[in-house]
Design a protein around this ligand. Structure first.
Ligand code: C5P
Length: 408
């Protein structure tokens, strides 16, 4: 009974497939979900508030400027009430509005103010779907964290054939069942994660240090993605210029030793993701005062830093169920990463191809392959770090829940 008592808010968009919303509501009610709806102005051209209310047994909300309803519900309350919001059908025009953050009516205002997962169900002509503008909007919306079901291939209302057909109510129902099953399972397991990110700085004197190239962005995004999936996540971050995510507990550290201490304090956890670019070496001594140029006549003596990933993988007492390492490679990316996975006993390794200038370090983008112990490889072509983080987080959860079926 994945949907029992789940609160589902459906925004009915304008499009010929809007009539299918009635079928979806019927299926959801049969599965004991609670349903509320917002009918957009253009949606009203295809379905009536009366037929919706007859099925939901709830009032159909219409426009933000309807003074009677607005005072009663307010756009924040509707979003807070829901467990998930579905936009059906999501037209090309609606995708554009969401991609620029419009808040011009009740539907768009609720979505902009939402703190819940939002599922978009696109339906449009194949040319509209494949148009670069729509595909760009798709990327933006995926980056914002919107989820998508469909569109499917098929014959459209206009008679043309291709991608753009709306997923059927049964397909949407099956997505929702998987979504809530996974959420409930994660919640019942009370999963905890730690994510290391950013560089570490190893000071030579008060102003000079040894460090690695790293923005911390990929780790921030992984922590957010795990958090969105219901995992209680702690982020241990080296110095980063980025604004840290507010949703996550974050501990700032500077050196590898501090990172190691914080990691030890955070155990036990179920999941450890080591995305930090930890400095392999540190100066043997840190000088108290700035070293004068003319007094510096010695060779800088270095010693090895502890390997945090290695420690986490090999610790017998409190080894996390899943330990994920990162490897930044410029050549033989996969084979070098497999070697690292074996050396460091991790369960998954995220192999970063940092050979290209516009992905990897200090970039919004990344290109990775995720490799497991059995040698199974999932390659993700160049995409936003947030998108890649979502994929990594879902693979981790699938592994931990021993559920080989990914939700989109
Ligand atoms: O051996 P290498 O530094 O290439 O391995 C990279 C992986 O090991 C990353 O996951 C990184 O976070 C982790 N690491 C660590 N502690 C170190 C060095 C690397 O956790 N001292």
């Amino acid at each position: 009974m994945a949907l029992k008592n789940k609160k589902i808010l459906i925004i009915i968009g304008g499009g010929i497939s809007a009539y299918k919303s009635l079928d979806l509501i019927r299926l959801l009610k049969k599965n004991d979900a609670e349903v509320k709806t917002i009918l957009t102005r253009s949606g009203k051209e295809f379905v009536t508030p009366l037929s919706i209310t007859a099925l939901t047994k709830n009032k159909t909300f219409e426009d933000i400027f309807d003074i009677n309803t607005e005072s009663e519900i307010d756009h924040i309350a509707l979003s807070r009430w829901s467990d998930i919001i579905i936009v059906l059908p999501t037209t090309a025009n609606f995708m554009t509005k969401l991609s620029i953050g419009k808040a011009e009516d009740l539907a768009t205002t609720v979505l902009l103010a939402s703190n819940k997962d939002i599922l978009l169900v696109p339906a449009m002509n194949v040319r509209m779907w494949l148009h670069k503008a729509t595909q760009n909007n798709l990327k933006i919306l995926q980056d914002y964290g919107y989820r998508f079901v469909g569109p499917e291939k098929g014959e459209m209302a206009c008679g043309e054939y291709g991608d753009g057909k709306m997923s059927s109510p049964r397909q949407i129902l099956s997505y929702l069942k998987k979504y809530f099953n996974q959420k409930d399972l994660v919640k019942s397991k009370n999963l905890k994660a730690l994510v290391t990110t950013g560089p570490t700085k190893e000071y030579i004197d008060p102003v000079r240090y040894i460090s690695n190239e790293s923005s911390g962005k990929q780790g921030f995004e992984i922590a957010l993605a795990l958090n969105r999936l219901g995992v209680k996540t702690k982020l241990i971050s080296g110095p980063s210029k980025l604004v840290p995510p507010k949703e996550i507990k974050i501990v700032n550290i500077v050196s590898a030793l501090e990172m190691m201490n914080e990691v030890k304090k955070s155990l036990p956890v179920d999941i450890a993701v080591c995305a930090a670019a930890v400095s392999d070496f540190k100066p043997r001594v840190k000088k108290k005062n700035k070293i004068k140029k003319n007094s510096f006549n010695d060779i800088l003596k270095l010693e090895k830093n502890p390997d945090i990933l290695d420690y986490l993988s090999k610790t017998n007492k409190m080894r996390p169920k899943i330990v994920v390492g990162f490897s930044a490679e410029t050549e033989n990316t996969i084979s070098n990463s497999i070697l690292k996975l074996k050396e460091k006993y991790c369960d998954l390794i995220v192999s970063n191809d940092v050979s290209s200038k516009n992905s990897g370090f200090n970039s919004e983008y990344n290109k990775v392959s995720i490799i497991d112990k059995k040698g199974k490889i999932k390659s993700i072509s160049k995409n936003k770090k947030s998108y890649i983080a979502d994929k990594i987080a879902k693979i981790i959860l699938d592994k931990i829940l021993i559920n080989d079926k990914n939700i989109n």
